[in-house]
Design a protein around this ligand. Sequence first.
Ligand SMILES: [Zn+2]
Length: 353
Amino acid sequence: MTSLSHNNAQRPLQTALGNAVNGYFQQQNIAKTGDTALYRKATIILFMHITSYTCFFLLAEPYSWLAWAFHGFTTALVGFNIMHDGAHGSFTKNKKINSLAAHTFNIIGSNAFYWKQKHNLNHHPYTNVAAADEDIEAFGLLRMSPDKPRHWFHRWQHIYVWALYPLTSLFWFFVLDFLAYFNQKIVDQEFSQKYQAKDSAIFWLSKAFYLTAYLFIPAHFLGWETVIIGFLCLHAVMGVLFAVVFQLAHVVDKTEFPQPDEHGNLPYEWAAHQLATTADFAPKSKFTTWCVGGLNFQVEHHLFPRISHTHYPKLHKIVREVCAQENIEHREYPTVWQAIVGHVKHLKSMGQA
Ligand SMILES: [Zn+2]
């Protein structure tokens, strides 16, 4: 395993962006963490989440399956809006509440420790670098990066990908979590911090909690057939949302896939790497921004991951101005649909010889 590094000897872009954004917060005299609007949103999401879980038991099929599917939607909302900000330390100024917010990931089926390694320490610094970023790793089923080998069946990947995305969270929670736990690495990169006894205990207890809450308890009251169908509906919705929201920001025809040299050196300074590998989508859609926790402003998120997503619409304007001054491309798709088309075009070109 070669350790990776950015071309950070000079960081003109990072300095210009940092100055502009810090100037905004000083001028406004506001905190970079979440605000009342975020806490109101978190309360609404948690209410929808608990209510839809309760409906598993109150409604008869087929309506109960709609509740499971809707619960898949609210689970994704918990992930995008509460867990993700908490894991980046941007939900509040309070470290314990951020940790609590990050650990909602254990309640919805995965693991906060694994997320920190996978997302904060690998995906964020080394976005779209095949040796480190698990978001572009599909075990040969898909070819998302030019760094990955091409197989004959990839020529249809832009079509069959839509049958794979509903399986994303099932594969993640029941395969990737365990692979990372036992191998203690993400793609080719060793965990910077290994699972300690406490982390292992949390891992196994969380998995036991998830299986009990989502399979054993509902099956006791509703029967296994109802529960298995409901559980698959839940994961189909959550899987598509997880896959699409992250893919539209990076795995599209406007972004790059930088390759390190034999010493692990990447071509750009860190901020230029983020701008080359990341695209915004639907920046004017308030509904999209509300639902996906500002992850449609993924450029601003990658440049300022420790700033809460509630500030991203404002930062978007500032970042675009700095990019124009520095003559650097700020990549974005005006709508979700255009980003989906960009994703399909990228997969199609990666699948061709
Ligand atoms: Zn992030």
